[in-house]
Design a protein around this ligand. Sequence first.
Ligand code: PMV
Length: 348
Amino acid sequence: KTIQHGKVTWESPSNIALIKYWGKKANQIPENPSISFTLNNCKTITTVTYSLKDSGTDFDFDVFLDGDKKDDFKPKIATFFKRVEGYFSFLKDFHFKIETSNTFPHSSGIASSASGMSALALCLLSIEQSLTKSEMLDEYFKKKASFIARLGSGSACRSIEGDLIVWGNNDIVNGSSDLYGVKYPFEVHENFKDYQDTILLVDKGEKQVSSTVGHNLMHNHPYAHSRFQQAHDNLQKLKPILESGDLIAFIDLIESEALTLHAMMMTSMPYFILMKPNTLEIINKIWTFRKVSGLPVGFTLDAGANVHVLYPKKDANAILEFIKHELVAYCENRQYICDQIGFGAQQI
Ligand code: PMV
């Protein structure tokens, strides 16, 4: 008997790139490898309710965020459905009710595309499993979920698992792929095991540049070639750093990656400055504090003004004090989010 309806729920985390993905080819193929920490607290929870409909020729779905119907989300999801149509035979046979919520404030300037698209991809995979009554091997399920998530938003392919995920073909990680993320396979020092990420919400406004526009600016970018090569080189440099636990070398590398991402945007045509004055205030405070205290605190940035403050758990007390006393004043409404490295998505 064919299944007529059902319901699945997944929660999936956000991730923060240490080596940045910026620039892509057709079909969401990255121009360079990237590596990220999967986060733990910043998550999207998505429930998809599916019911068989009279055969139609188009996708049929509704989207709700925190219970409110969101028609402005529909084009992005329709694009995603179109891209993954060939991998799921049932997409046009059902009506889908997609209900989603985030654990972090929306319009916080934190991209929900990685957590949102990975949660949706996982729901589609679970539905496929129910409909075909097949048992996929866990490993294959996760690989396909990452592959599908990538077609929603590139960085989403790094959110299925944790705690360190590599995406993009490279010579360092055996089995790495442009098509999906893989777990970082090498030894990682204790120092990085429960790394902390305190996200300072400097600017909660709409993104000035969508990532699609941003990636496209790397086409014909004067520094594109050397940037893509640098990402490979940095991945190679990161390996002994992660192995030895050298926190200072780690900070040097990730801060350089963050500033390079922004430098790419400043040197594209058209050009953009995505940092705000308070972003720079925070960066300078971090540098001064690091010098004076000797504590291993560093930062990374996404394609926006918010600052991710990264540090090992063992120094969390002193560094959180510093953040509260000296950095929070530069955040919009003093808002910040405490997160840490996490282990990936979960079915609920
Ligand atoms: O996944 P996208 O297409 O939104 O790209 C995100 C790119 C950065 O967040 C800026 C860097 C990264 O590797 O996550």
